[in-house]
Design a protein around this ligand. Structure first.
Ligand SMILES: [Zn+2]
Ligand SMILES: [Zn+2]
Length: 358
């Protein structure tokens, strides 16, 4: 464990001003650009300053003696493939003209890159269609998606196995690139995350042979989507981390939008399933056994004698599964079909019924 106070040649109770002064003095002394400069030492004092100049980090360091801080960089904070920052690019980042201590901008860029934290892979969404019964009872669906996924050869690091890291040549380890942009108001400079190292300032010495250092490759991937029982039309299923992958950041999410096919005879009404059956007048009067096809089986539905047109018969527990073990009901509406034409014989019989008071 490093003693940051010792590195900055300070006592434990040093004031903020002491820390700043000591850092300036030592940074001048050891800066790699100077004769007698020391790259390793310079990194060490920079690291010590970064911790001790930050009240919160200093407090944590004093309390736990713990130097394992999240320095705000995408890789350093995740214990990723790049072990912290490399300051060897400093001189270039400053254009080689001496070493001016613009603490705000230099360390702001290195350690507080707010934009970097937010980097994550793209969310993707897919539409899938399921049958009515699949939506009611749930199903597992395998889908094939062509997306940017983590490279398996390098487990997303972009580095060939066993390769060390080096300072990113594009941004000289700064993690940021300055760009001039023209607008109607004139030209102005903007700072962007370096596209080569994605803001980490480090790249592998030897890049992965599969992804060429990208850490990700476009490939077709089979994903199993569990569609829960009772899902409703238009509902989205979110699969966290199954979106597109990126180097040095979390993957996006995959959103699966579920479309449900219509069923020729059944409809859904909240937790219930509804349908309409047609029975003859005689069947309604005398009662009958109706062969009913539910979503699961064919069963015999008892239509009781004297059923009225529009009566609803209920099959308990044959509806939509709601919670573990519980289901809604199946509601069957009876439509009594009147004969369009009566034969002579039928007419005679009906007239007899009429005499019976029916
Ligand atoms: Zn870079
Ligand atoms: Zn790779």
């Amino acid at each position: 464990m490093k003693d940051y106070y010792k590195i900055l040649e300070l006592e434990k109770g040093a004031t903020k001003e002491d820390i700043k002064k000591s850092f300036r003095r030592l940074a001048h002394k050891y800066h790699p650009d100077k004769t007698g400069g020391d790259d390793v030492k310079f990194k060490e004092i920079s690291e010590a300053y970064q911790i001790l100049s930050d009240d919160q980090k200093r407090q944590q360091y004093d309390m736990y003696g713990n130097a394992d801080f999240n320095t705000g960089g995408a890789s350093a904070g995740q214990g990723g493939p790049f072990g912290g920052f490399d300051f060897s690019g400093f001189q270039n980042a400053n254009g080689g003209q001496g070493f001016e201590f613009d603490l705000g901008s230099i360390f702001g860029d290195f350690f507080g890159g707010a934009g970097r934290q937010a980097r994550r892979g793209r969310d993707i969404s897919v539409d899938i269609q399921v049958t009515f019964a699949e939506a009611i009872f749930g199903i597992e669906r395998k889908i094939l998606i062509n997306k940017t996924s983590r490279c398996d050869s390098c487990v997303g690091t972009g580095a060939e196995s066993g390769s060390k890291t080096k300072t990113c040549p594009t941004c000289n380890g700064k993690g940021k690139i300055q760009e001039s942009q023209r607008s109607i108001f004139g030209t102005f400079a903007t700072t962007k995350d370096c596209s080569k190292c994605h803001g980490s300032g480090q790249v592998p010495e030897k890049v992965c042979h599969t992804c060429h250092g990208d850490g990700v490759i476009k490939k077709q991937q089979e994903i199993t989507v569990g569609i829960p029982a009772g899902i409703e039309a238009g509902q989205m299923i979110r699969l966290s981390g199954q979106g597109e992958a990126i180097l040095n950041g979390p993957a996006g999410d995959l959103y699966v939008k579920v479309h449900i096919e219509r069923h020729p005879t059944w409809l859904r009404q909240d937790a219930n399933l509804t349908t309409t059956i047609k029975v003859k007048l005689s069947e309604a009067l005398l009662g009958s056994d109706y062969k009913l096809k539910t979503l699961e089986e064919e069963l015999t539905l008892k239509v009781p004698a004297g059923t009225n047109n529009g009566d609803v018969l209920r099959l308990k527990g044959k509806g939509v599964p709601i919670r573990a073990g519980r289901r809604g009901d199946a509601l069957i509406k009876v439509q009594v079909v009147m004969p369009a034409r009566l034969s002579k014989k039928a007419q005679k019989l009906i007239e007899e019924l009429k005499d019976e008071g029916i």
